[in-house]
Design a protein around this ligand. Structure first.
Ligand code: BGC
Length: 755
């Protein structure tokens, strides 16, 4: 029988055998499609190619892209900056008109809504993920997902490129703040919560108030060897499996409908060409029926940048055969011709194309796009409402980390005379960071975006009677985010002398992706100079760090009586810090990353024992000492917590057991407070060198003064296993230490297991 006849029969068999409604609809749609239409569905173009410069209307190119090439997906913010829901709706209506006319298949529009509806005017902007992680409260990730979804659907946009779950394990990485920090569990749990919030309870029927998620960037993007964006990682398959893969697995199991791939390279193989990681690990091993989308131009990068293909067409062949389903080649629609040719030449099988298109159509059905392409069946009266705002504000309060508070400088008295200074004191841009209204977040302080939000200065003025604001050092503005201009420092020193406390707000200006690369993790010289100069006034200094990654401050730290890291707290970060500083609210954030002290000593909390063992006796004194500024999980409060009576329901365990571990936590101070209780494990001896400790669970509680609560964790024995070189999980016989706060206990694993 001839090949086309066979293919038709196969498709017919699928149609007849399909069981669920969606599968049947997919097969019926697929059967009617030409090769060109299928390839069009696999293509994604940036909105700027088909719109006028201001992004308000389609141009004739829309006829080529949507009409002739029948491209099935469009991405990006129209006109380069946040638009109103109405503007999105009208543009997407025009896009859908053309798509439906060309193929009868609705277009899927994707947007980087990163810490809230950040590309939508009036959207509720939350703390960035790094700050949300500091709350150790998964509810905020869930609520951010839910509110972002609602406000994104209000724009008739059904799909977001979020959450990021690359473990941020190299602090130089300019996207550190887009991640939930360095730990596997925190990334897995928070990202999963965010996905559930975004997609709603049923990933097969995502309603008009939820959106599809795109997990990103698969995987190990956050550990580039050089620390620079989109540069290679060198992670072994064993470590990929044990750490970097886990958040993606958790989110796939929670129903995430798509995954964006890491732009970079691991051990010489670009992720976009890695069939094992894309097709085997995710599609086959997890039985995932969602779709992979590339990152920006990353198939072209296989040829032009990475030199693993001799032409764009060869690169395309590699990537599609590796398992890529949708091609984000934002400006080059001709990729469609190349893919059609590859199929005709037999280099890409029709079955691979059909598989990709099925996955994409499934997403469109799941999102209800066929039933309501214009998003007319729901209304969105709660867009930007007070209830949404209070969640974002509470998240900002819980995300601030109190790192130092000598002599109980904080809380400040509302009558204290405050000198407020530093480049981050009067800026909404620095509070929000990148992916805020624009890609680089560089227009946040322009009037059309400032809205009713308070900078740190404006917020302090609402709580304190005497705030003198002299920025002295200012950011230059625009895209030159690192450039600073120094003003009259001596005037500030004089004013400091007249104050009770000097509040210096330092850190970073906003940046995003590669433009955020740095070659020195130190805080800028000028910012340090400001702190040095102010210290001469002899008044207590409160340092507020407003930054996307931990910039080194070891030389100015001793000059500061108190230090708070607010990271990137979003539009309500100013209000949050003001409420915290006056004691209306209490600190409860903890660091979701290790704050380094020296640039030559970058570490994560789950290091190997030999990295910190003091000095060995003998002829050679091998020594290695961990010397960090503040460890992972560190954070103070206005009250104190005592941990006692840690206990487990068993002293021995093996695979299949669930260990119940409890600890009593008492608020021993005089004010109410929240405490994140973190449970760690240490495997005392294993055939793969164990880490000093691993976070296994966490729970946040609130306690009144004097109150005691029992926190109970249910720990699966399997959670204590490690990945072996055979890429299987190994639970080995021997002793494990569990610890929380300053309590610990020993347990014995009685039977080894491999699974
Ligand atoms: C980024 C992604 C983003 C994509 C689309 C890329 O440059 O790496 O995170 O989703 O652009 O805007």
């Amino acid at each position: 029988m001839k090949a086309p006849v066979l293919a038709t029969l196969a498709a017919l068999a699928l149609t007849l055998s399909c069981t669920s409604g969606t599968d049947c609809r997919i097969e019926r749609t697929l059967r009617k499609m030409t090769l060109e239409e299928k390839v069009g569905q696999m293509m994604q173009i940036t909105v700027g190619v088909i719109t006028t410069a201001d992004g308000t209307a389609l141009t004739a190119m829309a006829d080529t892209v949507l009409g002739i090439y029948k491209v099935g997906s469009i991405l990006n913010v129209p006109g380069g900056e946040a638009a109103t829901p109405e503007a999105y709706r009208s543009l997407i209506r025009a896009i859908q008109d053309k798509s439906l006319e060309a193929t009868g298949i609705p277009c899927i529009f994707g947007l980087d809504q990163i810490h809230g509806a950040s590309y939508t005017v009036g959207g509720t902007l939350f703390p960035q993920e790094i700050a949300l992680a500091a709350t150790f409260n998964d509810d905020y990730a869930f609520r951010m997902g839910e509110i972002t979804a609602y406000e994104t659907r209000a724009c008739n946009v059904p799909w977001v490129f979020s959450p990021v779950m690359d473990l941020g394990r190299n602090p130089l990485w300019p996207r550190m703040w887009e991640s939930y920090g360095e730990d596997v569990l925190v990334n897995s749990r928070m990202a999963r919560a965010e996905v559930l919030g975004q997609q709603g309870p049923d990933p097969d029927r995502i309603d008009a108030f939820h959106v599809g998620s795109s997990l990103k960037h698969y995987m190990a993007y956050g550990v580039p060897v050089s620390g620079q964006d989109r540069t290679p990682s060198m992670v072994t398959p064993r470590e990929l499996k044990e750490k970097y893969f886990q958040p993606f697995k958790a989110c796939v199991e929670a129903g995430a409908i798509s995954i964006m791939v890491n732009s970079s390279i691991n051990d010489g193989i670009p992720f976009h060409a890695n069939r094992e990681l894309l097709t085997e690990w995710v599609k086959e091993d997890l039985g995932w029926d969602g779709f992979f989308v590339t990152d920006w131009s990353d198939i072209r990068n296989l040829y032009e940048r990475d030199h693993i293909a001799e032409s764009n067409k060869d690169a395309l062949c590699l990537a599609i055969n590796a398992g890529i389903d949708m091609i984000m080649e934002p400006n080059r629609v001709q990729v469609c011709d190349e893919l059609v040719a590859l199929v005709r030449e037999g280099r890409v099988k029709m079955s691979r194309v059909n598989d990709a298109v099925r996955r994409i159509l499934r997403a469109k059905y799941r999102l209800g796009l066929f039933d309501d392409p214009y998003g007319e069946k729901a209304s969105y009266h709660d867009f930007g409402c007070d209830a949404f705002v209070s969640v974002a504000r509470e998240a900002a309060v819980e995300s601030a980390v109190l790192l130092k508070n000598d002599n109980s400088l904080l809380p400040l008295k509302t009558t204290d005379r405050i000198l407020l200074t530093g480049p981050n004191a009067g800026s909404m841009r620095t509070l929000n960071g990148g992916w805020s209204y624009t890609w680089q977040g560089d227009k946040t302080d322009e009037e059309r975006f400032t809205g009713p939000y308070n900078t740190i200065y404006e917020a302090l003025e609402t709580k304190f009677d005497k705030v003198e604001y002299l920025p002295v050092l200012e950011y230059y503005g625009g895209r030159k985010w690192e450039k600073e201009i120094m003003g009259d420092i001596s005037r500030a020193v004089r004013a400091a002398g007249e104050s009770d406390v000097v509040v210096v707000c330092v850190g970073e200006n906003s940046y995003c992706e590669t433009p955020g690369n740095i070659s020195d993790l130190n805080l800028s010289d000028r910012q340090k100079e400001l702190v040095w100069a102010l210290s001469a006034a002899g008044k207590p200094i409160l340092l507020i760090l407003n930054e996307g990654r931990p910039r080194l401050i070891n030389d100015i730290e001793p000059l500061c009586t108190a230090i708070v890291d607010i990271m990137l707290p979003g539009n309500y970060g100013g209000d949050a810090i003001a409420a915290l500083l006056c004691g209306e609210e209490n600190f409860s954030g903890k660091l979701p990353f290790t704050y380094p002290r020296y640039s030559g000593k970058l570490a994560t909390y789950d290091y190997k024992l030999c990295e910190n063992r003091g000095t060995m006796t003998g002829e050679y004194n091998y020594d290695a000492v961990m010397n960090v500024q503040w460890p992972f999980g560190y954070g103070l409060s206005y009250t104190g917590f005592e941990y006692s009576d840690m206990r487990a329901d068993r002293s021995e365990f093996r695979k299949g057991d669930v260990i119940t571990v409890s600890v009593d936590v008492t608020n021993v101070g005089s004010v109410a407070g929240k405490e994140s209780v973190l449970l760690y494990s240490s495997d005392l001896c294993a055939s793969v060198t164990p880490e000093v400790r691993r976070l296994r669970d966490y729970s946040k509680i609130e306690l009144r003064p004097g109150e005691t609560r029992t926190v109970t964790f249910s720990l699966k024995a399997e959670d204590l296993a490690f990945a072996g070189h055979d890429l299987k999980w190994h639970l080995e016989k021997g002793t494990f230490r569990l610890s929380t706060g300053d309590c610990s206990l020993m347990l014995n694993c009685t039977e080894s297991a491999v699974f």
